[in-house]
Design a protein around this ligand. Sequence first.
Ligand SMILES: [Zn+2]
Length: 143
Amino acid sequence: MGGVNITVSLEHPGGNLIAQVSEISAPSDGSFVFGLVVPPLEDGTYVLRATPSDDSIEGGSVSVRIETPVSWWGSPLFGVPAYLWIIMMFSGLAIGLGGWLALHRVSATRTSQCGKCGTTMPRDVQRCPSCGADVPPPDPGAF
Ligand SMILES: [Zn+2]
């Protein structure tokens, strides 16, 4: 044996040819190495078919799973797909925002009175909504 040329083709499951490399020289043990330039493909299962140039070795085909390796979307990050991290980040943000709003509402319910006109107003305003007088910032220690 030896000197058998093999043609390797990548095909869609339906049989359409995607890429092909021919004249791969197969040593006598039947193993061979090849390089195949593959155009951008949708992720999926494709068929890799090896066809020898004569009948001295047997051809065959295998199903290969092709996934786009450069896509960050879905690429594992500490074993968790990126889209899951995004969901986790959004939920973390929502929790943080909800906590901030709750704190803000609590502080807004604390009121003080304008020293000039006596209007009751939220503690955290800098100017009286009624008469426009400057309101001194609340004592940080006082509630
Ligand atoms: Zn006032």
